[in-house]
Design a binder for this molecule. Sequence first.
Ligand SMILES: Cc1ncc(COP(=O)(O)O)c(C=O)c1O
Length: 375
Amino acid sequence: MKVYLDNSATTPMDPEVFEAMKPYFLENYGNPSSIHSHGRQARSTIEKCRKKISDLLNTSPAEIFFTSGGTEADNTAICSSIESLGINTAITSKLEHHAVLHTLEYLAKERKVELKYVDVDQDGRVDMEHLASLLQKNPSFVSLMHANNEIGNLNDIQAIGDLVKANDGYFHSDTVQALGKYEHDLSALKADFIVGAAHKIYGPKGCGFLYINHETKIEPFIHGGAQERNMRGGTENVAGIVGLAKAMEISYRDMDKNRQHISSLKERMLIGLKKKISGATFNGLSGSMDESLYSVINVGLPATDENDMLLFNLDIRGISASGGSACASGSNIGSHVLTALGVDPERGAIRFSFSKYTKPEEVDYAVDALAELMN
Ligand SMILES: Cc1ncc(COP(=O)(O)O)c(C=O)c1O
């Protein structure tokens, strides 16, 4: 049996998305910058996709910029803001994705910004009072994600945005893991930037977007041609953009149905793991149905000599999952998120993440396989 439970890393492509993209490889291959009919057709397709995405997010097409994915969108928001907006302090948390953390750490090393980390509690909840105290120094750039990719923790980005704006700061939220799973109403959310990646929502790899609030003016991150209204040089990934827009459309269309299905899988696995593995814990808030992404469980496992081999042993049984323990002292191999939460590096940790295609029997198979390895 082959069981894919690593959907936070990437999702399989929805065949509907694939069908929508196909003509843009084989027939409608014009360069959107060309002025002839092939080019005009590609340009018009891109603009329709932009409109579709902006409608779903309740914003305007002029605020959506296509990128090569989440990492580029995060880099653009962060690097260009710090370059263009006269920012001297950046605030983030140690639980962010490396696309954010490594970018900010690089800028701090280059002395372009002073970097501060907001405190989180032992389960990874952001300390809002500490954030408020850090924000006193203006102007600040705050980067805090919506949903954590390793432990699923959900941040209240509405409240964070309100707090940042009350202190005249700028707010970037890495929404890669939450996009398409929860609605984002950008007319109400006080964010300057959010980002998305198609491959997390059953779309293609290598395509994403950056939302930039129209009041926030930044310089391009990638220089080149005049594409994306001079904000992002490079010939557009037309088929990818079509796939991204289709994937978003389907995610919004089927959101309630998918949420119900995937939540029931998570509940099933939580119950199964608790029942069959003594000493199993749930890292961060991933054991909670309300405070974490409904598609992710990060299970903590008692220390054994075999823990290093857990993912390998699951793989041998046909199960693809990911994760890894906290970093042992003096090493940076392992999870920076679990390390920041103070999780014992001797304990095993595995992230299981589900998709709309995951079946209950696949969840049961994985629980039984893990139980067999642990007992
Ligand atoms: C929270 C988060 N941010 C950013 C990224 C990077 O996105 P991409 O793979 O599209 O560059 C990922 C992907 O793992 C992610 O989970």
